[in-house]
Write a protein that binds this ligand. Structure first.
Ligand code: SAM
Length: 247
């Protein structure tokens, strides 16, 4: 469970509200059981439940947990707007697969457009998903959810280059034979490298976006000869990266 500094004091951790409900009602734990808590600094510890009330759980920190479940690099998934259920799936699976940030943006061919009110609601919903998903994957960090207005803003804000590698997933490049593979770049990756992965909407990227991304330093990458569903592409890409980085 991710806990704020106000919940972690000395060797005592307290959990309330939804977290307490999850521990007592969903996990059906009781006094004496052990949970894992992670604080804002990414420090994790085994915590034994010492007191349980319906909406308030107190734990004692028993032992530091040294396992590191974070990827050795920082990955940002820039995913253009998709239908809500598909986007939520991308957010959940990307978190499970270890990303550091998920940046939403409206693409030229996005079928759905989010206005400001919708965006605020969606961001809150995605933050809930990343938190729950990071907890279940026993991660030490919750991915950051960001919002940009367009691909132009996603890429121009990265100038001058906070990313070491920028890749745009492009079925167009696969057809036109101009794609790169991850292999060479991955072999030379430095620990803590920053990587940007850009994914298109249901209707794919426009020619304008594709060209602009290349002009701004993105390498076009193919995920194979078949066109994948928009929500499949990030999951397939991240699975390949995890394989290369960790296995
Ligand atoms: N029409 C389908 C849908 O509704 O899901 C396919 C959408 S596909 C065009 C959406 C995005 O997935 C593309 O813009 C690209 O980023 C990525 N993608 C899908 N297949 C790909 C492939 N074979 N190579 C590279 N990227 C791919």
């Amino acid at each position: 469970y991710f806990v704020g500094d106000d919940q972690w004091s000395g060797n005592i951790v307290t959990l309330k509200g939804e977290q307490a409900h999850h521990i007592s009602r969903v996990m059906r734990m009781s006094s004496g059981d052990v949970i894992i808590c992670i604080n804002d600094q990414g420090e994790a510890a085994y915590c034994r439940i010492t007191q349980m009330e319906p909406d308030h759980i107190t734990c004692r920190i028993e032992e530091d947990l040294s396992s590191d479940t974070e990827l050795p690099v920082h990955i940002t998934v820039a995913q253009s707007d998709l239908k809500a259920d598909k986007y939520e799936w991308v957010v959940q699976k990307s978190t499970e697969l270890g990303v550091g940030a998920i940046t939403g943006f409206s693409a030229d061919h996005s079928v759905v457009k989010w206005d400001a009110k919708k965006s605020a609601k969606r961001i809150a919903r995605f933050q809930k998903i990343t938190r729950e998903s990071a907890e279940q994957s026993e991660r030490l960090k919750i991915p950051v959810i960001e919002r940009k207005s367009s691909l132009d803003e996603v890429l121009k804000e990265t100038q001058p280059q906070p990313y070491d590698h920028k890749w745009i997933m492009s079925e167009r490049s696969a057809r036109e034979g101009e794609h790169h593979s991850f292999d060479d770049a991955l072999r030379q990756l430095q620990p803590s490298a920053r990587i940007l992965l850009v994914f298109g909407p249901e209707g794919g990227f426009s020619i304008r976006e594709h060209q602009m991304a290349i002009d701004l330093g993105c390498k076009p990458v193919s995920l194979g000869a078949r066109i994948l569903r928009a929500e499949t592409a990030p999951v397939a890409t991240l699975a390949m990266l995890v394989y290369q980085l960790e296995l």
